[in-house]
Design a protein around this ligand. Structure first.
Ligand code: GP9
Ligand code: MN
Length: 615
């Protein structure tokens, strides 16, 4: 088949493809609120609409000669409408349409009457190609021939090849884009709106199939399983913070090893070290996150469920029924809100927060963010805390406010003027900077406390600080080992997954609890402190103060920690001397640990919490 004769025989088709390609490029480049940076991103934007255009318009080849013109024009109209709906949605929500949002009445309802205010006269341009096609078919007699199998294969084959090329390019720009998907705008910048919708369709369908297959007997199986996991929460801690405002502060990428430690004579977390003396402090508290990072930690805290083995549950299962901590406490009169100066759709938070029961999300749009007050990932922590005060004081009390800090995020960028301690001097720039940004966040929290005292909100509150996940990956073991003065063995790697946990109740003495625990335990712990019953729930954690704790902490990769042992990478270690021992010692827990993860995954994949409604 000669390419030219193929082109000649299907002129109208290729004209439509070309017009759509150009239009989609312009729309993606200029009509969405996502700036294009760099040559590679520009190239991606140019390539990705072509593969979708070939795919969409290729469908017309299955139609007979008689219907061909009409199908081409209809496809052109339909794809323009898809693009246009996204433009409108993006103007309002700063986000893109997904299948679930289409059916989520509150989201679309928000748009409701205001939809007309979003329409602009220039939008007509988005349908210019459809109009052009309509006119031109009236005046030009395009040759239309029956499509051969070979031609059809060529069109779809090229679409696939282009898409593969597109993915390869985006792998350079954003590794593991689809599996680690966390930012819709980023996915769309890489693969384009239409391809994104196809991806969304596939993802949502698999989720729905899983869900449809889950029967209520699985629900009862998991319910029995979790019932056996639960011990009695500590009665002497019940209601210790009843009715108080709750501050739960996620310390970005903060690991426990920085606490009570100095870097070349500089205390890394002076404020937290002091605060610890008047707080309940848990030195053996582990993060249990997977690929969803910060969002996984949020998920663990709010649901007492494990995040997923791959992908971010915030993204893949935001449509599920949850029994989130915010929802539970709002039934008791609390007002749950979040402060995080990133854009609302990032990690799908806008959608997931609704599902978890948050009533207000103060995101990027609620903060004043400019070049001077931002670095790295956005608004600096000190400014975020300061600007949040005005929002905070507007909330009805008692409130439950989650703060997500961000400055201590890889690559740990900071301007000289914000460095409270110098950088370290090892061969790893990342490790060197980490200490300085951790110190910055410590300072931010300190100032926040001062401000809360000035505002008179400090006294009647409870503060929970937790580290979300590790900050220094195994890639930097050599330098980290130098700093810690020991080799980072697999045993030590697990111990490095400990993250800070401080519970500070003004007026309470606090104390150090050696209890081993994880983020999964925070929900029952907080509820007990607030004197609120968990109610019927499929939760996997236990009150951290409880005297009946199971003594097993499971990490998302299947490693686990017991009072005596650590199991990781198929090896068992004795905690008392940190040495490897016979696997037998760990064996009784291996199955239990895996079972916990599997049962929790069943809750998510099968959307099992929905069965409470019908029970
Ligand atoms: C940003 C936050 C940080 O909003 O989620 O990213 P992470 O720690 O998950 O990479
Ligand atoms: Mn994080």
């Amino acid at each position: 088949m000669k390419p030219l004769s193929f082109l000649r025989k299907h002129q109208l088709l290729f004209l439509a493809i070309f017009l759509f390609w150009v239009k989609a490029y312009i729309v993606q480049r200029f009509c969405f609120n996502t700036p294009t940076e760099g040559v590679l991103q520009g190239l991606l934007l140019l390539v990705n609409p072509l593969s979708s255009a070939l795919l969409l318009f290729g469908i017309s080849l299955f139609f007979s000669v008689k219907w061909r013109k009409l199908t081409i024009i209809l496809i052109s109209l339909l794809s323009s409408m898809i693009l246009y709906s996204n433009v409108i949605y993006n103007r309002f929500f700063n986000d893109f349409i997904t299948l679930p949002t289409l059916f989520q009445t509150n989201n679309m309802g928000d748009l409701g009457g205001s939809i007309f205010t979003l329409v602009q006269a220039t939008d007509l341009f988005l349908f210019a190609d459809v109009a052009f096609l309509l006119i031109i078919v009236r005046f030009v007699e395009f040759p239309i021939t029956l499509a051969t199998k070979k031609q059809i294969n060529t069109i779809f084959g090229s679409a696939l090849a282009l898409f593969a090329f597109n993915l390869a390019l985006s792998e350079i720009e954003q590794p593991q884009l689809l599996t680690k998907s966390f930012d819709r705008s980023m996915i769309i910048q890489n693969i384009g709106v239409i391809n994104f919708h196809i991806y969304d369709l596939v993802m949502q369908s698999t989720v729905r199939v899983h869900k449809a297959l889950a029967k209520s007997d699985v629900f009862y199986e998991v319910e029995n399983f979790v019932n056996d996991l639960h011990g009695e929460p500590n009665p002497s801690f019940r209601g210790k913070a009843k009715g108080k405002n709750v501050f739960i502060i996620s310390l970005e990428s903060m690991q426990s090893f920085v606490l009570n430690r100095k870097m070349e004579g500089h205390e890394i977390t002076p404020f937290l070290n002091d605060l610890m003396k008047e707080s309940y402090y848990f030195p053996n508290f582990y993060h249990q996150t997977g690929q969803g990072k910060t969002s996984d930690a949020e998920f663990l805290v709010d649901n007492s469920l494990y995040p997923l083995p791959s992908g971010a549950v915030f993204f893949t299962h935001a449509e599920n029924e949850y029994n989130g901590l915010p929802e539970i406490i709002s039934r008791e009169g609390y007002y749950p809100a979040v402060m995080h100066a990133n854009h609302a759709s990032f990690w799908n938070r806008d959608i997931m927060y609704d599902a978890l029961g948050y009533k207000r999300y103060f995101s990027a749009d609620d903060f004043e963010i400019n070049e001077n007050n931002s670095v790295g990932w956005g608004l600096k922590d000190i400014d975020m805390f300061e600007q949040s005060i005005a929002h905070l004081t507007s909330l009805p009390e008692p409130y439950y406010v989650k703060y997500l800090t961000i400055t201590n995020h890889f690559p740990y960028a900071l301007e000289k003027e914000d460095e409270f301690i110098p950088q370290w001097t090892s061969t790893s720039e990342t490790v060197n900077r980490y200490f300085t940004t951790v110190r910055y966040t410590d300072e931010a929290v300190k100032r926040f406390f001062q401000r809360l005292k000035e505002e008179g909100v400090y006294e009647n509150a409870i503060f929970i600080f937790y580290g979300d996940h590790y900050g220094i990956s195994e890639y930097h073991n050599k330098e980290l080992g130098e700093f810690l003065g020991k080799e980072i063995t697999p045993f030590e790697s697990v111990q490095l997954q400990r993250v800070p946990l401080l519970i500070h109740i003004p007026g309470e003495q606090g104390g150090t609890f050696d209890t081993i625990g994880g983020q999964i335990d925070l929900k029952p712990t907080i509820l007990n402190l607030l004197g609120i019953d968990e109610g019927e729930d499929l939760s996997f954690g236990n009150d951290l103060f409880s005297n009946e704790r199971p003594g097993l902490v499971v990490l998302r990769d299947g490693s686990f920690i017991t009072e005596k042992y650590i199991y990781t990478k198929n090896k068992c270690y004795d905690k008392s001397n940190e040495s490897e021992i016979e696997i037998e010692a760990c064996e009784p827990f291996i199955e239990e640990a895996q079972l916990q993860l599997d049962q929790s995954d069943k809750v998510i994949y099968g959307d099992l919490l929905r069965f409470y409604e019908n029970k």
